[in-house]
Ligand binder design. Structure first.
Ligand code: C2E
Ligand code: MG
Ligand code: MG
Length: 713
């Protein structure tokens, strides 16, 4: 209790003063004053210490002792200032020696003016000391521990430094507005982004002034400033952030994001997203365009169509499905670069044919294009465009001295008559196109409802056919082939039958083309091959089996393997198997088909050219691949009573003899026909006259009885 050392406040002092009269009153007053003084000193938030002229302590408070961690038992009134310093050195709170400390204090002690200085203690605390000389000599010192405050200041400074560094190094421009809506922070990056000067964007300006400046200086593309200010105000007041893209006059794009601040005001950041935007635009363009022709692609076309079809009043329109004729021939003859060049030319010509800016030409892939002709008055508008396209696209294409020709076929569906949505319209335009193509090329066809019915029927057939193999709905019939000279059956042709539970017996002429298109023919043909070989394996040793083979099978790869496997499983010698191919197999330019056929022929398998005479260049194909047999198509035999036909048949037979190729006449129905063929020297005959296609068991029986007859003869 250092304060109690005040003489006037001590017990002895009180006793002395307790007299009577004015002296007593004075003493009382003095005592009260002393108590008030002690209480005041003790309750001060600062440390306090008073020294007399002899540099001895008169009084100090608890805070003083606490600040310097001094021992109250040592630091008592009367102690010399130097001894206090020494004590603080002893308890290791002072960071210097007592002499050094004293030397620092001495000028203040001796000075007549109040002064303030500070001292750093060994534990790092900073004590600010206010020194007041007393008139009677001695002094009063007030001590204040400023450590926390100093630390806060340092931290604040550091924060400012970091904030400045962050602002300066941000890749984004930044503006900060106060709660009064005034600009309080603006970084260098913002100025760089705007190519602006600091003086143009003075601190204190409002959001509106900022926008006005940006527009006035020709940085921002003009905007509705009122609306902009109102929008920002509303969203920020609702505590929400707001972002938008700003177009700059120089073509760049800034992404601006505004965030409300907790204590009012907001921060806006600016990012240059020009490159990102351009990349995005390029990506969207790529996603919506065909890279070769730069025309819109299917997805873009669909989008445009969907857009056009939504709305309260949709005007009539025409959708064209466009397909080039003979494009494959250009690719095959002149190569793919020429094909690509031609497609680009076609794209240009199609665009030139359009009469309205709104109409769209798209490339769907390959040689497929589509056109949307909007706002048509009548069907004739679409017809006019179709005619123009057929004429313009059909003109020759000349490049590097070469001349290329393609035609174009068009299918047209009209809105609203032929469909209400994009899918239906496109499908119906396709149906019309297929119909057009099947009827001859270089034409346009409008959609008709029966096309849809045909297509539906076709899809149903495809679906049924797809499961028919696993349901074992296929059978093979066998039709005998006669050696005309000997009058003996020397072979049989396997003919496929589909016994559909829903459709009854379906003719191969109806389902084989479908199986060829869907690709099912590969499996189906494989099945027929195995089945035919195993049936023939049980026949007399000199009887051959003929199996029809589609182009798709031979092209599919693995065909030779499939033939070899059928032979191996049945045990049938290769020489007894005859593969009937048509011209379409030979038409394939690629080497693989001819290689496969040669390979099989090398094994002893015979190759027969079926339906001879019905194609365009049957004779030509005889030169490309050496076949073992030609089968004159039954249409020739049917017309054998006509002189010209008879002449052709005789010539073909003569050609066969000359080349050493067996000639078989198909569809022989009458004795007269057989007679005529015999006279012409035809080798073999097949037809209802010789035998109808029959079940395996019947044919086997027939063949065995023939063999028996021969043996007994
Ligand atoms: P194709 O290979 O020319 O078969 C001969 C066709 O003529 C058979 O028709 C046969 O029944 C028929 N025919 C035979 N003799 C006469 C006759 O005297 N008069 C008349 N008018 N026709 C006769 P089918 O069985 O309807 O087969 C038609 C076509 O289907 C075959 O023609 C062949 O190209 C194809 N085909 C049949 N089976 C298969 C097969 O397993 N695979 C492949 N890829 N095609 C097959
Ligand atoms: Mg045949
Ligand atoms: Mg035939």
């Amino acid at each position: 209790m250092p304060v109690s050392h005040l003489k006037a406040g001590s017990a002895a002092g009180r006793r002395k003063a307790s007299g009577t009269g004015p002296a007593r009153l004075i003493a009382e007053e003095l005592r009260a004053q002393n108590e008030r003084f002690s209480a005041a000193v003790e309750n001060m938030s600062h440390g306090l210490c008073m020294f007399d002229a002899d540099e001895r302590m008169i009084i100090c408070n608890r805070n003083y002792l606490d600040i310097f961690c001094l021992d109250a038992k040592v630091v008592k009134p009367g102690i010399r200032f130097f001894d206090i310093l020494q004590h603080s050195v002893d308890i290791q709170i002072a960071s210097q020696s007592a002499e050094e400390l004293y030397a620092i204090r001495k000028p203040y002690i001796d000075g007549a003016r109040p002064s303030t200085y500070e001292e750093t203690l060994s534990d790092g605390r900073v004590i600010v000391i206010s020194h007041r000389p007393l008139a009677v000599g001695g002094w009063v010192s007030i001590y204040e521990d400023e450590t926390a405050q100093r630390r806060a200041e340092v931290e604040l400074k550091e924060q400012h430094r970091l904030f400045d560094a962050a602002l300066a190094n941000m890749s984004q421009g930044l503006l900060m507005y106060s709660s009064e809506g005034r600009l309080i922070v603006r970084n260098q990056r913002f100025l760089d982004l705007c190519n602006g000067k600091a003086s143009d964007f003075a601190l204190g300006m409002t959001h509106r002034q900022m926008l006005e400046t940006l527009v006035r200086l020709g940085i921002f593309v003009p905007i509705d400033i009122d609306a902009e200010v109102a929008k920002t105000k509303a969203t920020l007041e609702a505590g929400q952030s707001r972002s938008s893209h700003r177009e700059l006059i120089d073509g760049r794009t800034l992404f601006v994001s505004r965030q409300p601040l907790a204590g009012g005001g907001w921060v806006a950041t600016f990012e240059d997203v020009t490159e990102r935007r351009r990349t995005e635009e390029r990506m969207t363009h790529l996603a919506h365009h065909d890279t070769l022709t730069n025309l819109p692609n299917r997805s873009m076309f669909r989008e445009r169509l969907d857009q056009a079809l939504t709305g309260p009043r949709v005007a009539p329109m025409a959708i064209f499905s466009v397909d080039l004729d003979r494009f494959k021939a250009v690719n095959d003859t002149f190569g793919h670069p020429a094909g690509d060049w031609l497609l680009k030319c076609v794209a240009e010509r199609l665009q030139l044919c359009l009469r309205s800016e709104n109409d769209v030409v798209a490339r769907f892939g390959g040689d497929e294009f589509a056109i949307a002709q909007f706002d048509i008055k009548c069907t004739a508008d679409a017809e006019k465009l179709a005619k123009r396209i057929v004429e313009v696209v059909g003109k020759p294409y000349r490049d590097k001295g070469r001349e290329m020709h393609v035609g174009v076929s068009l299918g047209i569906a009209l809105y609203p008559g032929d469909g209400a949505d994009a899918d239906t319209l496109l499908t119906n335009a396709d149906l019309a196109l297929y119909r057009g193509k099947s009827e001859g090329r270089n034409v346009y066809r409008f959609f008709e409802p029966d096309m849809d019915a045909t297509a539906r029927e076709r899809r149903a057939l495809e679906a049924d056919l797809d499961v028919a193999l696993s349901k074992r709905e296929f059978e093979l019939d066998f039709q005998p082939i006669l050696d005309i000279a000997s009058g003996e059956v020397v072979g049989a042709e396997a003919l496929m039958r589909w016994r559909s539970p829903a459709r009854g017996l379906v003719s191969p002429e109806n389902f084989i083309p479908v199986a060829e298109e869907t690709g099912l023919i590969v499996q189906l043909g494989d099945w027929a091959l195995r089945k035919a070989c195993s049936a023939a394996a049980g026949w007399p040793r000199d009887i051959r089996i003929a199996v029809n083979v589609s182009a798709a099978q031979v092209k599919s790869g693995g065909f030779a393997r499939s033939v070899i496997s059928a032979l191996a499983h049945s045990g049938l010698p290769a020489a007894r198997l005859e593969l009937e191919i048509t011209e379409t197999v030979m038409m394939d330019e690629s080497d693989t088909v001819l290689k496969t056929l040669s390979q099989l022929r090398g094994l002893g398998v015979r190759i027969a050219l079926d339906d001879f005479g019905t194609g365009y260049s049957s004779l030509g194909y005889l030169r490309r691949f050496p076949v073992d047999k030609i089968k004159i198509d039954r249409s020739f035999i049917h017309d054998l009573d006509r002189r010209d036909t008879a002449a052709i048949v005789r010539t073909v037979i003569g050609l066969g003899v000359e080349l050493g190729i067996t000639v078989t006449a198909e569809g022989v129905e009458t004795e007269a026909q057989l007679d005529m063929l015999r006279k012409a020297g035809c080798g073999e005959a097949q037809g209802y006259l010789i035998g109808m296609p029959a079940k395996a068991a019947d044919v086997t029986r027939l063949l065995h009885s023939q063999a028996l007859l021969r043996q007994s003869a």
